[in-house]
Structures are given as structure tokens and as C-alpha cells.
Design a protein around this ligand. Structure first.
Ligand code: NOJ
Ligand code: MG
Length: 577
């Protein structure tokens, strides 16, 4: 009797703990770059209707939620990351009605929508900046201003701070007769978070979009929100030089101790998190989330999760796979990079994995198209939530764009010799839907960036019909993620030797899974029980790639598993463990 009740109690407990796991913890997120996703009105640029009309596709590939790069009013100096009105949709992308239609379609399909929130800067065409430049008392200190220094009749900028997009981070403003600070483009003046009115203005922006029904925010460039406080004379200190860089115009010239990762920045994120929680307490609904973009060292990024007493971002982007893996990285290196995150994860927090975005070269170009499935297998079988950049599921690769046709401000601010290293255009080209005109992206005669010339074979429609296409492998992986072991199980990542990485997922009483990735070109053979504890005696192949000589459903002994060059597979135990 007691025994029976204990069992009922235990079952009840485990069911309730399962039910309590917030929706985002094992979610599959998808980043849409709206300019390039789908053009519904034939102007060669993607738009919100294009997104709404293709939401079925997101369901088809198992997506839980999508974060969309900015679509608010903007002069487009940085393609929407320079917002001139935080409360309206840019006509290029549609209208507020189009946004609302997109939201209702998303709700119908049970898809979450995450807005890209750009708090660090506005456009110089934003009303706030115009008023600030005109010294309107309400806005005078909305931005970071300084008169600079005059010497022998020549005016010099306040200090040596360098912009991420090259050159001095200070721009002279004729009207106000002062310099303003811009971390990025000169058309992206930085807001002054030391002014409480700025914080309030931004909270209002968050509340406005929460009322419109968004499920959360991806916070842009959060590590730059604060700059060091000015000294008693209103001056800002120089940043120390980096000995390895001799180009004063280059962002790497200085060490950004005063313009990134200031302690107040983490506090700001905690404040926004409590705003979201209060909103939920008052309005009900599921947990709203924050994703934070900070290109900082891993320990600084971890603080965005919270400080032990206050919660911060649920998803501080994990860029380890973007920043610390290279073409020739071996399995030890992969494992170290993945475990560096898992080992530091604060108690009760969930991991997240990002392999690409609109700022970085595509996975298939960074690591080779023949490793595309390997990365998707890793991304989708690791514990935590996954974030896929649009196009990675079909294996799109970078598109070379000439200097003359380059439009990315980060590249245009550099020079013909070397712009390719800085340009983000190659990863932002139109999404490849089919083998028709403009890859099915747009009816127009030309598109804002050229369509990749591999679109005849690399596209959604063609890949739907090929059993081992990147797309179908991606879909199979997404199916697996619905299994209890992936939703609720434990995870362990190990190098099996220099060439092969293993991901072990297990849940007591359920199936065990092992993902094996052969990163290089040798044939490898393993007895899995030499590497992982509690290995089942046999496994079934559930996901394979086109390098495999096995078929889905083949059963093998865990004592001898052979991997072909660049073969990646997911194995499932034949019995529950
Ligand atoms: C990060 C965004 O991802 C990037 O595209 C943009 O240029 C900068 N932040 C500035 O907003
Ligand atoms: Mg700033």
C-alpha cells in the first residue's frame, strides 16, 4: 500500500515537474531576416506578408518560435538596426495591419514571435535625436554628447574610442556644435542609459510591443548599452591600446574597457526581465522571454542569465560555436567549446546553441557544405534550445558579392582590398524556396542582394523530394526533439578520439540516443561502452547523412560502430533503458 502510494506520488511529481518546464527551454527557434525571406509585393525586398504567407513552412520544419530582425521604421543605414520610430513598421516591410495579421496567423499556428529590440542606439533621423541635437530640454541628454577639445584652432574628438564599423566613434554635429558617440554607424547615435528618461522611454517601447502580443525580445548589442560614466569635468577616458593592432581606425586598435560590458548593463537586463514578469503577472499568458546578444567573454555572458538573486535573460546567446570553432577544429576542441557552456551554466538555467546569424558567414561556408548536417545534428540534439538562422536548414552558403555591389555598411566603411572579410552581405542573400525565377523569393526583375547561383539544387522544394537532403535531415531531427529523452533527459558531450564527437542523451526508463559526428575524412570504429556509461547493447539508426552506408532502421551492436568519412548519425537504443 505504502509502496503504491509512493509510486503514485512520484508519478504525480514527475508529471507536474514535466508540465512546469517553460515553453522556451527546449524550443527550436528560427531567425528570419525579413529583407531576404520572402517578397510578397514584387519590389525585390522581403516583407511581413511574405513571412505570414510562409508560416506553414516554419511549422513543417518543427519551429517553436521565430525572432525577426528589425522591421520598424528606418532609413536603412544598417538595414533596420537604425530605427527612426520604435512604434511603427517600415513601409518597405508593410504596415501595422500586416504586423497584426502576422501575429494572428502565428497564434493560429501556435508559433511564438520574438521582436528584435534595438535599445543601444536609434537612427539619427529618430525624433529623439533631432530634439536632442536641438537641445530640447526633455531630450538634451538622451544621447552621449561632448564638445571635444580645441587645440590651435582645430577641434578634436573627445578621445580615442573607435566604432565597430571603423573610424572614430565620435561624429561632429554642426547643429549642436558637439560630438555624439556612435558605437556603430554614424547614423546610429548611442542612447545615454545614464539618463533615467532613456530607460523609461525604452520600457514604454517594450510595453507597447508586449501589448501587441509578442512573446519576447531579442536584445541587440546589449554589451554596448552603457559607456563609462564621465568624470567630474564631463570627460571620457581613452581606452588602452591593443599591442597587436596598428590601425587606429580599426575596432581592434583599443581594448574596449569603457565602451562594452559595463556592470550597469547586466542590471539593465535584470530590470527588463522583471518588467516582463510584472507584465505576465498582470496580463497572464506564458512566460515572455529575453534573448541577449553580447559578444563578450563567456563569464561575462553568463552574468546575463542573472546574478543568483535577480534573473536576467533566459537566453543569453551562446556564440561559442560561432566564435571558437574553425575549419580544422578537432573533436577535443568541439567538446571543450560545448562543455565550457554546460559547465558554467548557473543552476536552474537552460543552455542555448547558435550556429549562425545574419552577421556571420554561413555554416556551410565556414565549415564546408559536407558538414552542414553535422552541425544541424549537433545543434538539435544538444540539451537546451536551438537557434537556426534562415537558410541553414537547407544548407545555403555564402554568396560572393563584388565590391561595387556591396551594401553592408560594415563593409562599405572599409576598402576594396579586404572588404570581403568584413561584409555580411554574403550571408543575407534571398532565401531559396524553389528552382524558379529568383529562387521563388520574388517576382521582381532584380533582388536587393543577388540570389545564390546554387539555387537550382539548394532550395526547399527540391530538397523536400530528396530523402537525405539537408532539409529532410533537419526535419527528422526536429521530430526527435519531441521525444521525452530530448525534452527532459540529461546530456553529455565527449570526444571519442580526435576525429569523432559524441552526444549522449538519456532519461531513466526511456530510450537512449547517441549522436556521432565524424568531423574529418578517416574511417573510424568504436565500442561505445568504452566511452559512455550504461551503453545499451544495440542501437538503431534513426538519422543518417549522405555519407552513411547504413539505412535508417538498421540495427547494430554498440560494441562496433563504424563511421565513414564525414558521416554523422543519430542512434537510438533498441530498448528503453
Ligand atoms: C548587432 C546586429 O546583429 C547587427 O546586424 C547590427 O549591425 C548591430 N548589432 C548594430 O545594431
Ligand atoms: Mg551605448
Amino acid at each position: 500500500m505504502t509502496c503504491k502510494w509512493t509510486l503514485v506520488l512520484l508519478l504525480g511529481l514527475s508529471i507536474s515537474t514535466l508540465a512546469e518546464k517553460p515553453w522556451w527551454q527546449t524550443a527550436s527557434f528560427y531567425q528570419i531576416y525579413p529583407r531576404s525571406f520572402k517578397d510578397s509585393d514584387g519590389d525585390g525586398v522581403g516583407d511581413l506578408r511574405g513571412v505570414t504567407e510562409n508560416m506553414d513552412y516554419l511549422k513543417e520544419i518543427g519551429i517553436t518560435g521565430t525572432w525577426l530582425s528589425p522591421f520598424l521604421k528606418s532609413p536603412m543605414a544598417d538595414f533596420g538596426y537604425d530605427i527612426s520610430d520604435f512604434y511603427d513598421v517600415d513601409p518597405l516591410f508593410g504596415t501595422m495591419d500586416d504586423f497584426e495579421d502576422m501575429m494572428s496567423r502565428a497564434k493560429e499556428l501556435d508559433l511564438r514571435i520574438i521582436l528584435d529590440f534595438v535599445p543601444n542606439h536609434s537612427s539619427d533621423e529618430c525624433e529623439w535625436f533631432i530634439k536632442s541635437a536641438a537641445r530640447d530640454p526633455e531630450y538634451e541628454d538622451f544621447y552621449v554628447w561632448h564638445p571635444g577639445f580645441e587645440y590651435n584652432g582645430v577641434r578634436y574628438p573627445p578621445n580615442n574610442w573607435v566604432s565597430v564599423f571603423r573610424g572614430s566613434a565620435w561624429e561632429w554635429h554642426e547643429g549642436r556644435q558637439e560630438y555624439y558617440f556612435h558605437q556603430y554607424h554614424k547614423k546610429q547615435p548611442d542612447l545615454n542609459y545614464r539618463n533615467p528618461a532613456v530607460k523609461e522611454a525604452m520600457q514604454d517601447v517594450l510595453l507597447f510591443w508586449l501589448d501587441k502580443g509578442v512573446d519576447g525580445f531579442r536584445i541587440d548589442a546589449i554589451h554596448h548599452a552603457f559607456e563609462v560614466a564621465p568624470d567630474a569635468n564631463g570627460n571620457y577616458p581613452d581606452e588602452p591600446r591593443n599591442w597587436w593592432n596598428n590601425d587606429p581606425e580599426d575596432y581592434g586598435y583599443t581594448d574596449h574597457v569603457y565602451t562594452a560590458d559595463q556592470p550597469e548593463t547586466h542590471q539593465l537586463v535584470y530590470e527588463w526581465r522583471s518588467l516582463l514578469e510584472e507584465y505576465q503577472a498582470q496580463n497572464g499568458g506564458d512566460e515572455r522571454i529575453l534573448m541577449t546578444e553580447a559578444w563578450s567573454d563567456i563569464d561575462t555572458v553568463m552574468k546575463y542569465y542573472g546574478d543568483g538573486t535577480k534573473d536576467g535573460s533566459q537566453i543569453p546567446f551562446n556564440f561559442q560555436m560561432i566564435s571558437n570553432l574553425w575549419w580544422d577544429s578537432d573533436a577535443y576542441h568541439y567538446s571543450e567549446m560545448i562543455n565550457s557552456w554546460l559547465d558554467r551554466l548557473p543552476e536552474g538555467k537552460a543552455a542555448n546553441w547558435v550556429i549562425g546569424n545574419h552577421d556571420k558567414n554561413r555554416v556551410g561556408s565556414r565549415f564546408g557544405s559536407d558538414r552542414m548536417d553535422m552541425f544541424n545534428m549537433l545543434l538539435l540534439t544538444l540539451p537546451g534550445c536551438s537557434i537556426t538562422y534562415n537558410g541553414e536548414e537547407i544548407g545555403m552558403t555564402d554568396v560572393w558579392i563584388s565590391w561595387k555591389d556591396t551594401v553592408d555598411p560594415q563593409a562599405c566603411n572599409s576598402f576594396e582590398d579586404g572588404y570581403e572579410y568584413r561584409s555580411r552581405d554574403p550571408a543575407r542573400t534571398p532565401f531559396q524556396w524553389s528552382n524558379e525565377h529568383n529562387a521563388g523569393f520574388s517576382d521582381s526583375s532584380s533582388t536587393w542582394l543577388p540570389v545564390g547561383d546554387n539555387y537550382q539544387t539548394v532550395n526547399v522544394e527540391t530538397e523536400r523530394d530528396e530523402p537525405l537532403s539537408h532539409l529532410n535531415i533537419y526535419k527528422q531531427l526536429q521530430e526527435l526533439r519531441n521525444e521525452d529523452t530530448f525534452k527532459n533527459g540529461e546530456g553529455e558531450v565527449l570526444p571519442l578520439n580526435r576525429y569523432v564527437l559524441g552526444v549522449h542523451r538519456y532519461l531513466h526508463g526511456d530510450y537512449t540516443y547517441v549522436t556521432l559526428l565524424n568531423i574529418f575524412d578517416s574511417i573510424e570504429n568504436f565500442d561505445l561502452s568504452n566511452h559512455f556509461d550504461n551503453m545499451p547493447s544495440s542501437f538503431e539508426y534513426v538519422v543518417i547523412n549522405d555519407k552513411s552506408i547504413r539505412a535508417i532502421g538498421d540495427v547494430v551492436s554498440s560494441k562496433s560502430i563504424t563511421l565513414m568519412p564525414k558521416e554523422s548519425v543519430v542512434l537510438k537504443s533498441t530498448t528503453r533503458q
